[in-house]
Design a protein around this ligand. Structure first.
Ligand SMILES: [Zn+2]
Length: 416
């Protein structure tokens, strides 16, 4: 009986065909805004893009006058199971929040990201919450909660002894923020994580386990290669956390797809990354947020080492021509404020147009999903947002999201 009632519930409502009529459309081919263009969506896919007069007639139209139409934004480094560390420190989130609380927060955070125009998130680690991220992803896909399409990394892999929470009596073993594995065991652990439904394999190529608590490399190149090889065999890519130059170098040589943070990257290492096609997600906003939580007042105090290092690394990466990934480490700061990372990418020296490309077609390419998302092109899934103003004039215009469509379904701005 319950099942039969289930059948009576309405399914996700796609309009048969809808025509989106904004003031301008971002054309991925020329990377420019075309005034007077529109987009037709049918059954969740983009079927036409071009001058409005050339578009077929549709069941409904969506008036988006005054707005710029762009692909749904892609966040390539999120943590939907974390919330800002100035609210609750990372240790306390890992050790004191129940999985139920973290899952509920995860759902709310996912919705906040979607409403901010981010229709895809690569979520890089549950930080102690086992495979709750896999569950949040599946719940979104079932329509239990509104959220972006999530690509999750599950527990993530760390070298024994390197990760936190730390600072306890040696006899007490607290639950960790990621799964420990080493040597030959990496093969089994990587496979086990894949078996639990992750989309990406995440490894910490370094962490703060030096004699003075500084970041030092963890895994050898061979260990990293083992992880990458197992992941690749399963059709998955590997992402490495690395803030030291040596860990970046090892991860690059091992064949990871992206490197996260990369504060200590030298010009030579960024050149190696460019050669090997390894992209970089600088996570500038997280570095600045953490410095601010520790008392730094931006614009008043001299920037701390972490921030000046990031600026140097950014200059090196631009000089080396590394593929720039847009990944903000959202969760360290407020979900929905992801555009802050893009504003900083501009402040640190990137062209506004390039930053928007990073968060759309380039990030889609990094995900191996350029045939599905990241551009307004015929045949792609209809992940489309509209913002007031032109983001090429000012990247901050991306904060003015007035319309959000994911896979053809409208989540925000359905004005009829
Ligand atoms: Zn992170």
């Amino acid at each position: 009986m319950v099942l039969m009632l289930g059948l009576l519930l309405p399914t996700l409502s796609f309009a048969d065909t809808v025509k989106l009529l904004p003031s301008a459309v971002l054309d991925g081919e020329t990377n420019s805004f075309k005034p007077g263009w529109g987009v037709v969506v049918k059954d969740g896919f983009i079927t036409e893009v071009g001058p409005v007069r050339s578009l077929s007639s549709t069941d409904t139209t969506q008036n988006l006058e005054g707005l710029s139409l762009i692909p749904g934004l892609i966040e390539n480094h999120s943590h939907v199971l974390l919330h800002p560390y100035d609210e609750t420190g990372w240790n306390d989130q890992v050790l004191k929040e129940s999985f139920a609380e973290r899952a509920i927060r995860g759902g709310k955070h996912a919705t906040a990201n979607l409403m901010a125009g981010f229709t895809t998130l690569r979520d890089l680690g549950s930080e102690g919450a086992e495979y709750v991220d896999v569950g949040v992803r599946d719940a979104i896909n079932k329509g239990v909660v509104d959220g972006p399409r999530l690509l999750v990394a599950g527990k993530a892999i760390v070298a024994t002894g390197s990760y936190g929470p730390k600072g306890f009596s040696p006899h007490f073993k607290p639950p960790l923020g990621a799964e420990e594995a080493d040597g030959d065991d990496l093969r089994r652990i990587t496979r086990d994580q894949i078996g639990h439904g992750i989309d990406w394999v995440k490894v910490y190529a370094d962490y703060r386990w030096g004699p003075n608590g500084e970041a030092r490399p963890t895994f050898s190149i061979d260990e990293l290669k083992t992880i990458v090889e197992v992941a690749a065999s399963s059709g998955r890519q590997t992402v490495a956390h690395a803030s030291t130059n040596e860990a970046m170098r090892r991860a690059t040589l091992a064949g990871v797809r992206t490197i996260e943070h990369g504060d200590g990257g030298t010009l030579e290492t960024f050149k190696l990354m460019a050669e090997r096609g390894v992209a970089w997600c600088p996570t500038l906003a997280a570095s600045e947020a953490i410095a601010e939580y520790q008392g730094w007042v931006k614009g008043k105090d001299t920037p701390p080492n972490r921030v000046t290092e990031q600026q140097t690394a950014f200059n090196n990466a631009l000089k080396a021509g590394v593929t720039m990934c847009m990944g903000s480490d959202i969760g360290v700061y407020d979900h929905g404020d992801n555009v802050l990372e893009m504003e900083l990418m501009v402040d640190y020296g990137m062209e506004t147009k390039d930053v928007l490309q990073s968060a759309t077609s380039i990030n889609a390419n990094i995900l191996n999903m350029a045939d599905k998302i990241g551009s307004l092109k015929v045949g792609l899934e209809a992940d489309i947002i509209a913002v007031r103003g032109n983001p090429h004039d000012d990247i901050s215009n991306l904060k003015n999201v007035e319309f959000v469509m994911k896979m053809g379904k409208i989540y925000k701005g359905n004005v009829k």
